[in-house]
Design a protein around this ligand. Structure first.
Ligand code: ADP
Ligand code: MG
Ligand code: ZN
Length: 616
């Protein structure tokens, strides 16, 4: 569409140039241009006749002898004057010459005045710019109105691509390594297959499902697979499509999308990258009506007014759930969240299996080894690796993809990811393994710490390179002093393990330190758990609205403030030493668990317990 418009303009300009050139050429063939002084000489000699005078020019005929006279006039002069042509007609640009008429009359030369034909020039002078303007205007409108086609009149019409039954053709066979998410989505598929039956059996279906996970883990794929499994229509649209220039267009699109869905039910509405439109509605710095806000409000309205009984499920995907507007996550909207996490080593093997189905593999290819070579990578990375390996094999004129091709492909993909700093190198991975093992061992050894449910060195989210989950995960209402102290030791266990093994800690312990410090501060300031300061709370009510050092409420002396700081520090140091001692006594265990973790990436609580108990 863009191209066509551009070409039209270009064609028009070319045609115009051709016309002008042609015209000049044809005209110039018949007319000799002379200078005004030559013209005056010819008048004096009576060698011209039949003049036609316009405001700007004079045309006329040569009389016999005129050409010869001109030739003598021009002899010896420079040749910048236009050459004489084999013609009887001449042309001269008119000058301000009040005596001209008198002279002509004296010489008996006939002449007429003529209104210049200016319409053509006038037309050109304003029609041409207007045409160009209209062309540009139309082009812009088309571009703004609908990049997907449809043009100006289609503004506001949804461009959601509709995949009707059978078209997604994607099933759970094509998705691997996200078994938990698949399990949770099975219910949705059952519902979509037969909404009435499902409800008469008392099943309750969520309205909105939010798939949350890092980029490339297969959220979009999974949503399409749900449609494919249930064999229902799939209406997908990307959140960024809603970000429009015209206020109201986004809202109109949302309305349209839901109207379409109602017609196609049972079906799935899928809003990909919902964070683009569902960003938290803050204060608009520019002021006025915010387009995004309108779109989001419309989406909320549509979701509220939508009846699940009709068999429409609204799914959305995001890798930044934290920036979503809270209103989107409320009950009745996207209240079901499904985590689509990075795959573990087994998951990656499965994904390799899916993506190598259609290619020929050499005998030496071991998918298990490939999985172990790609820690931290997501489905999209693996798809990329298989593709790259196939290209490499073709380049080497091979019929099958061999292990060396995969190795080279992995190197390339890693190099690409390193640029985006998304891949952890070997040393870092080892450090993370020891760090998490440190948390896990301290937690397992201390009597008042919560038992470990899972340790993982699969990066999660943006900041965490690994994580240790403890039971219970729900909030506790009361915690004793010894429980708090043990918790702090567990938090500092990561740093302690790093220092024992590598001789120094890393920046990875920042989050742990923050949490431990906060806890120690609360113990001293709020809970009266410091023997030195006694059962006193220094934490009166909430802090002032803006908590800056100079307006912070503080009703204790500088001396007490120093004592508080010292107590916090003492508690932290003691907790750290406790953790360090536990780990120093179990260095072999630490190494063993870290190496198991490096190999398997995830350790479940039971397994960890077994490993710690062996030989104890
Ligand atoms: P996301 O939407 O989470 O960013 P996509 O669904 O767009 O990720 O994944 C991009 C591509 O990567 C998919 O088309 C697929 O080829 C591959 N892929 C990603 N995750 C998986 C997976 N779990 N199993 C198989 N292939 C996957
Ligand atoms: Mg996606
Ligand atoms: Zn940690």
């Amino acid at each position: 569409m863009e191209k066509k418009t551009k070409f039209t303009i270009i064609y028009f300009l070319i045609a115009l140039t051709v016309i002008i050139v042609l015209e000049n050429y044809l005209l110039s063939k018949e007319i000799t241009t002379i200078t005004y002084s030559e013209f005056k000489t010819l008048i004096k000699d009576g060698l011209i006749n039949d003049l036609v005078i316009t405001q700007t020019a004079i045309e006329g005929k040569f009389v016999k002898g005129a050409r010869e006279r001109l030739e003598t006039l021009r002899k010896g002069k420079d040749q910048t004057i236009q050459p004489l042509k084999e013609t009887q007609i001449f042309y001269v640009v008119r000058m301000d010459d009040p005596d001209l008429v008198k002279e002509l009359t004296e010489k008996g030369i006939t002449f007429t005045a003529k209104q210049e034909i200016t319409w053509f020039k006038t037309l050109l002078s304003w029609i041409l710019p207007m045409l160009i303007f209209i062309a540009i205007w139309g082009y812009l409108l088309k571009k703004i109105g609908s990049p997907g086609g449809g043009g100006f009149m289609a503004v506001g019409k949804s461009k959601a691509k509709v995949y009707v039954e059978g078209e997604t053709k994607i099933t759970f066979e094509d998705v691997a390594g996200v078994d938990e998410a698949e399990e949770e989505l099975k219910e949705v598929i059952e519902f979509l297959k037969n909404p009435q039956k499902f409800q008469s059996l008392g099943g309750k279906i969520p309205k909105g499902i939010l798939l949350v996970g890092p980029p490339g883990t297969g959220k979009t794929l999974l949503a399409r697979a749900v449609a494919g499994e249930a064999k229902v229509a799939f209406l997908s649209i990307s959140g960024s499509d809603f970000v429009e220039m015209f206020v109201g267009v986004g809202a109109a699109r949302v309305r349209d999308l839901f109207a379409q869905a109602e017609k196609l039910a049972p079906c799935i509405i899928f809003i990909d990258e919902i964070d683009a439109m569902g960003k938290s509605r803050g204060i608009n710095p520019v002021g006025g009506v915010d387009e995004k806000e309108q779109t989001l409000t419309q989406l909320l309205t549509e979701m509220d007014g939508f009846d699940t009984k009709k068999g429409v499920i609204i799914m959305a995907a995001t890798n930044r759930p934290e920036i979503l507007d809270q209103a989107l996550l409320r009950p009745g909207r996207f209240d079901r969240h499904i985590l689509v996490d990075r795959p573990d080593i087994k998951g990656r093997e499965e994904i390799f299996k899916v993506h190598t189905k259609k290619v020929k593999l050499g005998n030496d290819v071991d998918l298990k080894v490939l999985a172990s070579m790609t820690p931290g990578m997501v489905g999209a990375d693996i798809a990329n690796i298989v593709n790259e390996a196939a290209l490499l094999a073709v380049r080497k004129n091979k019929d099958v993809i061999e292990m060396e091709d995969f190795e080279e492909a992995i190197e390339r993909v890693i190099a690409g990811l390193e640029k985006k700093s998304r891949v952890i190198n070997k040393q870092e991975r080892e450090r993370v393994a020891y760090h998490e093992s440190g948390h896990a061992i301290v937690a397992s050894v201390l009597p008042n710490a919560d038992p470990v449910r899972r340790v993982s060195i699969i990066p999660r989210g943006i900041a965490a390179l690994g994580y240790t989950i403890q039971l219970p995960t729900e909030d506790r209402y009361l915690l004793t002093k010894s429980e708090l102290l043990d918790r702090m030791a567990v938090m500092l266990g990561g740093k302690a393990a790093e220092e024992i093994i590598f001789g120094e800690a890393s920046t990875g312990a920042k989050n742990d330190l923050d949490k431990a410090t906060e806890m120690a501060t609360s113990m001293v300031r709020a809970y009266g758990m410091s023997d030195k300061l006694g059962p006193v709370s220094f934490d009166k009510g909430r802090p002032l609205f803006l908590e800056t050092p100079w307006n912070q409420q503080k009703d204790y002396s500088e001396f007490t403030a120093r004592e508080i700081d010292e107590e916090v520090k003492r508690i932290l140091i003691e907790s750290y030493q406790k953790a360090r001692q536990i780990l120093s006594e179990r260095i072999e265990k630490l190494k063993q668990i870290a190496s198991v973790l490096l190999e398997k990436e995830v350790l479940e609580g039971e397994e960890l317990k077994r490993l710690i108990e062996i030989g104890n």
